[in-house]
Design a protein around this ligand. Structure first.
Ligand code: TMP
Length: 236
């Protein structure tokens, strides 16, 4: 499939049109951002690592019956995806408290959340992605109740699959963010799943192996991502 013009440039990925109106090419750059894009740094091997990681995870999810937009790995930095009409909210599932929930609710990091929590955030960097609820999403027309129910159901199904996959690799899936979109009227998992959008800790030592290494200046960011990939058997 032929790659055409860049349609969208996000903080870490670019989306290109193709000669097929129903497909895009997702291109993973080496850019790494924090604080809603206020800090951006290039990290060697990042684009390649996240592209392979995302493809590996999306195919596991697809095999478990979750509809995903990812179709084919095209190169180290590119993959072919279905063109989705994105729902402008992010879905966050948390198994353990960390990050914004600790600040928002004044709770300690590392508390087990049983059952796991589910939250919606509006995709809006200028507003720092505020948390929203079903009522906001319906009243502002960002999505329907049916779509929200399905996003919640699929997000928890992802949790069942990935918690077990990471657990077998000696890792705790602390939390993660998902984005969904519509393809021919059907809700599908879009965007990416990589250590940029989730938290993963070593089960024994609780060492952070995700983007918090960048956010918190811990160093060895991509080395952490590569270690996760190696442990789950994802080829890089
Ligand atoms: P948070 O603790 O900042 O709310 O994030 C929860 C998880 O979701 C964490 O793994 C990071 C991820 N996330 C993103 O990747 N992008 C986002 O815009 C948000 C709100 C969360």
């Amino acid at each position: 499939m032929e790659k055409k013009q860049e349609l969208y440039r996000g903080k870490a990925k670019s989306v290109y049109a193709t000669d097929d109106a129903n497909h895009y090419i997702m291109y993973f750059r080496d850019d790494t951002s924090a604080l809603d894009g206020q800090i951006i740094k290039q990290l060697d091997r990042k684009g390649r690592t996240n592209n392979h990681f995302n493809f590996f995870i999306m195919k596991k999810l697809e095999a478990a019956g979750i509809p995903v937009h990812v179709e084919e790995l095209l190169s180290d930095r590119e993959c072919l995806v279905k063109k989705l009409d994105m729902v402008p909210v992010e879905c966050v599932v948390r198994n353990v408290s960390a990050g914004s929930i600790c600040k928002r609710l004044g709770v300690a990091e590392g508390l087990e959340l049983n059952p796991p929590t589910f939250e919606f955030f509006l995709k809006n960097d200028a507003l720092h992605d505020p948390m929203v609820n079903d009522s906001h999403i319906i009243s502002f027309g960002w999505g329907t109740q049916e779509q929200m129910d399905e996003m919640r159901r699929l997000s928890y199904k992802v949790n069942d699959v990935l918690k077990a996959l990471f657990d077998e690799a000696g890792l705790i899936l602390v939390d993660y963010k998902l984005e969904f979109g519509l393809y021919e009227g059907k809700l599908m998992l879009g965007d990416e799943f990589s250590p940029d959008g989730c938290r993963l800790w070593d089960k024994q030592t609780r060492k952070k192996l995700d983007k918090d290494r960048f956010r918190q200046g811990l160093g060895d960011v991509i080395e952490g991502y590569e270690e996760v990939a190696r442990r789950i058997g994802c080829p890089l």
